[in-house]
Design a protein around this ligand. Structure first.
Ligand code: BG6
Length: 466
């Protein structure tokens, strides 16, 4: 492993901060989200007003990360803290100052800050008034938000991520892109136009960052789930190929190659979909692709895909595959309580696959497991988490050392417990336990889990001692 390998962790601030409307923060799409339960799990949704109170505990939390030996910490700057409404011209000074303090504090602890510029935190007003990224005005508001941040943090932050899991905007439009399907629009039309709009936003963000701070390194990010064919039946293999294209490669192909790939153009042609996409926007996308420094991705699990026996029409077959809700179980992979299938080799497979396709440095910016845990006498023995990480880090090391893949760093999800994307505290991801449960906020005290000491040892040995 390289000496400067970036070991660390990542957090989504909107899921951890609380500090609801403090210091001028506005409501955002996550605050407002009505969540649907994950398959088979009785929901226990928490409010976002306190979350795990990271807004008031951030210093203590970063101290604990430093104690683990973090070399890098990825966090997100909550958009509605910088622009409470989103369409105002002036940023909220208190919001900017808060994140600048966080960056300065990380640097003082020799932790490289990795900053995500949007992560489920679009100001609610932009969704309600404009329908989020489906409206191109919102792209301009986003770029202005990016400029405010980079102007402020110039020279301090080296790594930016333009957009958390940009590819999922079309699958979870409300949370990821602040979009609701308009009455007069088909789902396929939304898929096409929103894909393009998000890519324009990403491209303009890359250009803005490089313009303000040419030394900064900018990455595009996807939420990655590799899809395997459910069987070796050729139709299933075709189905998984299509699923991988539209789910995983599409966003990265545009970001890295600077144009819409043929399979996406064909997808639109087959369905007579017209999109708004100007020559200057095409140019932005091309120019940004030349400046992209690395590819970032989250990886939790793999999934499997099959064709639909009863659908003969090819377009309908593809549309059904794209939004397939049949949850298959991979017989070779165990799963956590939420059905997320554990597949460490899928991480190695993804690293090889992306590097062969894009030849760019890769950054694993989320990887971890959600577990329902209890604090007993001040202790949490999370051996299941340790095993998950042992396997995934081993797979990553094989990709680096045996397969020759260029990996910048590994950021575990997550240093501390927080609310899941479904607003659950029960689905815990942290090396650090936060003492609250669904209804009872308790004392919000932080406790080091067993995995805390284990990860500390991993970082200290540069990945040798697993
Ligand atoms: C990623 C998101 O998709 O998955 C995170 O970037 C999220 O914000 C993580 O928390 C885990 O998913 P979940 O639904 O268990 O919170």
């Amino acid at each position: 492993m390289k000496k400067d390998f970036l070991w660390g962790g990542a957090l989504s601030n909107v899921q951890a901060e609380g500090g609801y409307l403090e210091d001028g923060k506005g409501l955002n799409v996550y605050d407002n989200l009505t969540v649907t339960p994950e398959k088979g799990i009785e929901p226990q949704f928490c409010k976002t007003n306190i979350a795990v109170d990271h807004y008031h505990h951030w210093q203590e939390d970063i101290d604990l990360m430093a104690e683990m030996g973090f070399k890098a910490y990825r966090f997100s700057i909550v958009w509605s803290r910088i622009n409470p409404l989103g369409d105002e011209e002036e940023p909220n000074e208190k919001g900017l100052a808060f994140y600048e303090r966080m960056v300065d504090y990380c640097l003082s602890k020799n932790i490289e800050p990795v900053v995500s510029l949007v992560h489920f935190d679009m100001p609610l007003h932009l969704m309600e008034e404009y329908n989020g990224f489906l409206n191109k005005k919102v792209i301009e508001f986003y770029v202005s938000h990016v400029r405010h941040i980079v102007n402020r943090l110039k020279g301090k932050v080296k790594y930016y991520i333009t957009y958390n899991e940009i590819n999922l905007g079309v699958f979870m439009p409300e949370l990821v892109a602040g979009v609701r399907l308009p009455e007069n629009m088909s789902q396929e039309q939304l898929f096409a136009q929103l894909t393009i709009n998000l890519q324009i936003a990403h491209a303009k963000a890359v250009l803005a960052i490089k313009n303000i701070d040419p030394e900064a390194k900018v990455g595009g990010m996807i939420g990655h789930t590799p899809f395997y064919a459910a069987t070796c039946k050729p139709e299933d293999v075709l189905a998984s190929q299509f699923q991988n294209q539209m789910h995983n490669y599409l966003a990265l192909d545009i970001m890295c190659f600077g144009r819409l790939p043929h399979y996406f153009l064909q997808f639109m042609k087959n369905r007579n979909i017209n999109v708004e996409y100007s020559e200057s926007e095409k140019e932005n996308i091309y120019n940004a692709s030349r400046l992209l420094d690395y590819i970032a991705f989250s990886y939790y699990q793999s999934a499997i895909t099959s064709s639909f026996n009863d659908i003969q029409d090819i377009n309908k077959q593809e549309d059904a595959i794209l939004y397939d809700k049949r949850g298959y179980k991979n017989p070779y992979c165990p799963a956590n309580e939420w059905g997320w299938q554990i597949d460490a080799n899928g991480l190695r497979y993804s690293l090889i696959d992306f590097y062969s396709r894009y030849h760019k440095p890769l950054f694993i910016v989320e990887n971890g497991i959600g577990i329902d845990e209890k604090l007993i006498n001040g202790k949490v023995y999370d051996d299941e988490r340790i095993i998950y990480y042992q396997k995934h880090i081993t797979a990553m090391k094989e990709a680096i050392e045996h397969d020759g893949i260029d990996v910048i760093g590994y950021l575990a999800w997550s240093p501390i417990d927080f609310l899941s994307s479904h607003k659950e505290i029960r689905k815990r991801y942290g090396f650090i336990y936060v003492n609250r449960d669904y209804k009872d906020l308790k004392d919000l005290k932080r406790y080091r889990k067993k995995s805390f000491y284990w990860y500390q040892k991993v970082i200290h040995s540069n990945g040798t001692n697993l």
